[in-house]
Design a protein around this ligand. Structure first.
Ligand code: NI
Length: 182
């Protein structure tokens, strides 16, 4: 089932998230719905707050990016109750967008390499290290669990520049072609 994506201005994007407890919700159904939603919106990552849930869960799917980032071809997985355990001092800069902030893309500086501990949808624990584009997707989604959006991480001047666009999104003036809620 395709879920509506909550846009900038929705309070849930600024709310702290809670761990997913085993059995508390149908995680497999939720993950499957989030993959479907992500695919329909042609995105590469989606976090639970973006579908209205204050839970520590996100999914990634790199299949949209294969042409530019072949290493993302099979990068499709769920991260439940993730915990960042290491971030490199080395950083990279890349222009990011977000399904909750349609029409905005800005350069964001992030660590180049990260190590993250998380559960998969069978609640099995993993610790993985990701670099470059994979690390960036994971960090962007992880930010959503910490009640951040990527424009929190841009320079004050660029944020000022985006202010009008953000206000318009919150008012529902958006060209988003996917199902959304504002
Ligand atoms: Ni996002």
């Amino acid at each position: 089932m395709i879920l509506p994506i909550y846009l900038y201005g929705q309070p849930v994007l600024r709310r702290p998230t809670e761990d997913v407890e085993p059995g508390e919700l149908d995680v497999k159904q939720l993950v499957s719905d989030m993959y479907e939603t992500l695919q329909a919106a042609e995105g590469c990552g989606l976090a639970a707050p973006q579908v209205g849930l204050s839970k520590r869960l996100f999914v990634v799917d790199g299949s949209e990016l294969v042409e530019d980032y072949p290493e993302c071809a099979d990068f499709k997985q769920a991260f439940i109750n993730p915990e960042l355990i290491e971030e490199s001092e080395e950083t990279s800069v890349y222009s990011e967008g977000c399904l909750s902030l349609p029409g905005i893309s800005e350069n964001v500086t992030r660590p180049k390499t990260i190590t993250i501990r998380y559960l998969d949808e069978d609640f099995k624990e993993h610790t993985d290290t990701f670099t470059d584009f994979k690390a960036r997707i994971v960090l962007h989604e992880y930010d959503h669990l910490e009640a951040h959006v990527f424009t929190d991480r841009i320079s004050p001047i660029r944020r000022q520049f985006c202010k009008g666009k953000l206000t318009n999104i919150a008012k529902g003036k958006t060209g988003a072609r996917y199902k959304y809620k504002r």
